[in-house]
Design a protein around this ligand. Structure first.
Ligand code: NAP
Length: 283
């Protein structure tokens, strides 16, 4: 398994499996089970996806030793704050049928993130979480956490794909030893990514698919990627990216696809912030 080393020394697989929008419990369990059977060792879920129980069942059913699997879940906005974060963490852990978590992320930079981070630091010190991080944080929000707390986030999980390359953010987080993790590595299928001419032409050269090139490009930049699929053949395809290498020229060609803007979630838009902050899930 190819890994990256986080700022606290914890090893994290560079390629994993995401379960956003797999709402059907049985489909989620089967997909995670298939992913684990095919060799994935990083699973990314979130309380708000409402599928932590299915993920837990799949992990148990797989028989893969717990210490070989890197499990991430996320704290949703409705549970922001010191006390609520601790309670939400215990709820997630129970649903996942685990006694510790590998990575716990603040899902969105909204609400009482400082209270949440304080709680997460304590859970980390107690050995209940191996690493803590954030998601969808712009650099100013990251700095706000860094200056005010003891633990520097190990990870920032942000929208990153060939159309939103996060080049400037990558530079900032590198300076602060924060690992970028790409969500939406296929831009959730937007912009006809799987038929993109640049990706397809590079893929043909390497006898690979556009999807594999998109993932290889991320991991070759040192970015962790967590593609989602409910189809077994795609789960296998997406994992099969370590037997080829993109050339410098391939990497440069892909650079031209960058729009430098978010395609899926604009964190600058007050309407989006309001919508997300009001989004609640059932406990
Ligand atoms: P994604 O992985 O970019 O794209 C998933 C889409 O691509 C699905 O429609 C899937 O269809 C399709 N697909 C997958 N492999 C394919 C292949 N080889 N060929 C053709 N189509 C393929 O989108 P995502 O699920 O939004 O992002 C990945 C993970 O990131 C999520 O599952 C979640 O864990 C995380 N995430 C985090 C946040 C956050 O705010 N922190 C936000 C979004 C996502 P099928 O399933 O039908 O195969």
């Amino acid at each position: 398994m190819h890994t990256v080393t986080l700022n606290n020394g914890v090893e994290m697989p560079i390629l994993g499996f995401g379960v956003y929008q797999i709402d059907d419990e049985d489909v989620c369990e089967e997909s995670v089970y298939n992913a684990l059977m095919e060799g994935y060792r990083l699973i990314d879920t979130a309380a708000v996806y409402e599928n932590e129980e299915a993920v837990g069942r799949a992990i148990k059913r797989s028989g893969v030793p717990r210490e070989e699997i890197f499990v991430t879940t996320k704290l949703w906005v409705q549970d922001a704050g010191y006390k609520s974060a601790k309670k939400a963490f215990e709820t997630s852990l129970k649903k996942l049928q685990l006694d510790y978590l590998d990575l716990y992320l603040i899902h969105m930079p909204f609400g009482d993130i400082h209270g949440s981070w304080h709680a997460m630091e304590e859970l980390c010190h107690e050995g209940k979480i191996r690493a803590i991080g954030v998601s969808n944080f712009l650099n100013d929000r990251l700095m706000d956490l860094i200056v005010d707390h003891e633990i520097v986030p190990a990870v920032n999980q942000v929208e990153t794909h060939v159309f939103t390359q996060q080049v400037e953010n990558a530079q900032f987080v590198k300076e602060h030893q924060i690992q970028i993790e790409s969500w939406g590595p296929f831009a959730e299928g937007k912009n006809n990514i799987f038929k993109n001419e640049v990706l397809v032409s590079i893929a043909e050269k390497h006898h690979k698919s556009a999807a594999q090139v998109a993932l290889r490009w991320l991991t070759q930049r040192g970015i962790v990627a967590i593609p989602k699929s409910v189809h077994k053949e795609r789960i296998i395809e997406n994992f099969n990216i370590f037997d080829f290498e993109l050339s410098k020229e391939d990497m440069e060609k892909i650079t031209t696809l960058d729009t430098k803007e978010s395609l899926i979630l604009s964190l600058h838009d007050p309407g989006t912030v309001e919508r997300i902050s009001n989004m609640k899930f059932h406990d």
